[in-house]
Design a protein around this ligand. Sequence first.
Ligand SMILES: Cc1ncc(COP(=O)(O)O)c(C=O)c1O
Length: 451
Amino acid sequence: MNDIAKTGSLAPAQAPTGQLDAFWMPFTANRQFKAAPRLLARAEGMHYYTPEGRQILDGTAGLWCVNAGHCRKPIVDAIAQAAGSLDFAPTFQMGHPKAFELSRRLVELAGKPFNHVFFCNSGSEAVDSALKIALAYHRVRGEGQRTRFIGRERGYHGVGFGGISVGGIAGNRKMFGPMLPGVDHLQQTWNPQEMAFSRGQPAWGAHLADELERIVALHDASTIAAVIVEPVAGSAGVLVPPVGYLERLRAITEKHGILLIFDEVITGFGRVGKPFGWQRFGVTPDLYTTAKGINSGTVPMGAVFAREGLYEAFMQGPQGAIEFAHGYTYSAHPLACAAALATLDVYRDEGLLERVGELDKHWEDALHSLKGVRNVIDIRNVGLMGAIELEPRPGAVGARGFDVHVKAFFEEDLLVRFTGDILALSPPLIVSRNQIDEIVERLRRTLERVE
Ligand SMILES: Cc1ncc(COP(=O)(O)O)c(C=O)c1O
């Protein structure tokens, strides 16, 4: 191990070590990482352990996904059992019992009006699947001219071409040439003058949804297939919807026959205090995407939930015709299904999908106690999601956020995520009040040390 890794000091990047070089790491500054590797070797409950055995408090549920906590025995056992009994089964023109059982459990958890799920293997695939369902739905109903999508600035919808087209993060788009045609974006909702240090949903900003009327008027509603937003923009830094904003998006889309898609890859499975974000915010979309928490991050899986009437619209034509020409080899993979069924049991038995309701005041107070700590310019929270936004260093946007991430890891044994100068927190839903306090205290000490 090199000196940076040992001391945590931020010396200039060194040459990559040979052992780490072959892995082209995703969404990572490869050379910087390989000069100061931050390695995780095993995990249990609320903690990761480094190869040297340091215990790291997981402030981010891995990557917003390990909602039940790490290496939970019932989930581990279910995966092992599945691997030894049905390693793979096709779901194209074939099926296996756990895929059907899981679908039933999921629509039961969602409740009305959701009655079907479509499986895939990630959030990105869930988004592309939802966009395709929206296009095809209009087409099977004779409205094939509805081909436009409307996303939102700062939206993150994964990395497929559909997802980056409706997404609104320039860095994820600019390298990849023309995006899907016919996509417009609503403006993002964060306004520091009006909402800095809001607790929960900001009171200001519902009117930002009215921009949708302008875009609809420009193109004519008859050309628009769907609007897609995250109920809470996660990856761009926990941008919480203003009170009334999602309701207005719903009213406008409904009025114009436009589908509303919520991307619940982060907000799904208990992150905001109900099984799904739409339930927490009281706004029902037509389709919503999930992944991550569906099986607590253990086996890649995603699922799109469809409202009554969507699946049914496809069920026409000859019996032998494939109604929707879309799917993945690993859609409803037996290991992912087994993991999800066991995860749903853990969520149910431990009340985890509602647990955030008991913790979110404590979480909010703990996070907002960082107001006034140096460089902190905003704190945002909803459910068990939180962001601390830092003033960028002049001429070095993102450097301060990165330094906090690295120092927290090496010096405070804390995993905190950063996007530019925004720190994001989303601990597993099993977190205790003491652990919440611990996360915030470790972060406070780190912030006080970072220039
Ligand atoms: C809202 C949202 N949609 C889609 C994705 C993409 O998911 P994946 O990385 O599993 O493809 C993410 C990932 O963070 C996300 O937060």
